[in-house]
Design a protein around this ligand. Structure first.
Ligand code: SF4
Ligand code: SF4
Length: 382
């Protein structure tokens, strides 16, 4: 490690050459050593440095919005590493097209889309596709070409087709269909809304050979997006699961790392909203928490700069990062999950109640449950 720009003290890497130009190798080393969950907190400046490098090299980011409420854009505005003001104004990151925050409009904006070669394409919102039972495709258009409206589907295909580095489906609508794709009482989606990867096809790859990176969430997590983008800009291919999600953020059930997990194991459950604050020491499962069904790093990273997360704030998880959100098994919201992990045929609720007050038994059972959890195949993966 003689040419290394950092050294390790007490297991933590420290940057020893403050002005070094971060390389792909250094980024992987540091992120790998500390784990992504602490990476942003400790190495905010390194992520910022990657964006500064990208700006200097003239990398261009395009962000288009389909069927969405712009919540993922608002989420991006809450990013801290760097925040969007610093990224654009201080670092000079080029975002020539982003419907909500850009200044140009009309022909000027559409010309940008027609002529640009994006390095990064971010798609927010699902894509309406004309077809049986679907809305007219012109339900979601961006500008006109030769006097005709250009559909979101056309732009998504055209822009993805010329993106050099990474295409990210940011938020549940773009990654899996989300709320616009939600099923009606007949069990079908009345809108025919599609996820980005469905529109582009499973063989789609960027110029760098990457498939669509799915980063679900309602909204998507802004800091996770920036880590993935920083990695992609350095040529690092994020490890993705079979649903195209970065494994770093979508491998563990929320339930396994929840601050209330001990109360779940003890069978201590909130029955109504008056018992959901942390002082009452209750788990929110009976309030319909979908943490046991959902793979995501929400409980580890938390939100708003790592300050809080739904369950800690007294709100049951609604599974907004689940691929089937907002349908079964995430709905109905706030209703107890029927299908729960069982151990030897005993549901965990019953087992939990038996443990109340028995500390030693509780600790042993907790260990057993951890073992069960380890082998329990999350419902969304079945
Ligand atoms: S059920 Fe929900 S509140 Fe309870 S421990 Fe699991 S994730 Fe946390
Ligand atoms: S804890 Fe659940 S509802 Fe909250 S952001 Fe994460 S997945 Fe969504």
């Amino acid at each position: 490690m003689e040419d290394s720009a950092f050294e390790i003290k007490d297991g933590i890497p420290f940057i020893t050459k403050p002005n070094f130009r971060i390389s792909r190798r250094e980024f992987i080393k540091i992120a790998g050593l500390v784990g992504a969950s602490t990476f942003l907190g400790l190495y905010k400046s390194e992520v910022i440095k990657v964006f500064a490098q990208a700006a200097k090299e003239g990398k261009k980011l395009v962000w288009i919005q389909g069927q969405s409420d712009s919540g993922c854009t608002i989420s991006l505005l809450q990013a801290e590493h760097p925040d969007i003001y610093d990224a654009v104004i201080q670092l000079g990151v080029q975002i020539p097209f982003q419907q909500t925050i850009m200044v140009p409009s009309g022909e000027q904006a559409i010309n940008t889309l027609e002529t640009i070669t994006p390095d990064i394409l971010i798609v927010e919102g699902s894509i309406p596709v004309n077809g049986p039972g679907g809305w007219e495709a012109h339900a979601c258009t961006i500008g006109e070409r030769n006097g005709k409206p250009v559909t979101m589907e056309e732009w998504a295909k055209e822009l993805a087709g010329k993106t050099t580095t990474a295409v990210v489906a940011f938020g549940s609508c773009s990654a899996f269909g989300g709320i616009p794709h939600g099923k009606d009482f007949t069990g079908k989606s009345p809108t025919n809304a599609k996820a980005l990867h469905e529109v582009l096809g499973s063989d789609y790859r960027t110029g760098a050979g990457l498939p669509v990176i799915n980063m679900p969430g309602c909204p998507g997590h802004p800091d996770w997006l920036l880590i993935v983008l920083a990695a992609a800009l350095l040529g690092i291919i994020p490890k993705l699961d079979d649903r195209g999600r970065p494994v770093e953020f979508f491998s563990n059930k929320i339930h396994d790392n929840c601050a209330r997990r001990g109360w779940y194991d003890k069978g201590s459950f909130a029955k109504d909203l008056t018992e959901t604050d942390m002082i009452h020491e209750n788990c929110l499962w009976k309030m319909g928490c979908k943490g046991p069904e959902t793979l995501s790093a929400c409980a580890e990273y938390k939100w708003n700069g790592g300050i809080n997360v739904c369950m800690n704030a007294g709100a049951p998880c609604i599974g907004c990062m689940h691929p089937d959100f907002p349908d079964n098994p995430t709905s109905p919201f706030y209703v107890e999950i029927e299908k729960i992990p069982t151990f030897l045929g005993i549901d965990t609720n019953t087992a939990g109640k038996a443990m109340v007050g028995a500390t030693a038994v509780g600790i042993a059972a907790h260990a057993v449950r951890r073992g069960v959890t380890k082998h329990y195949k999350p419902p969304e993966e079945e």
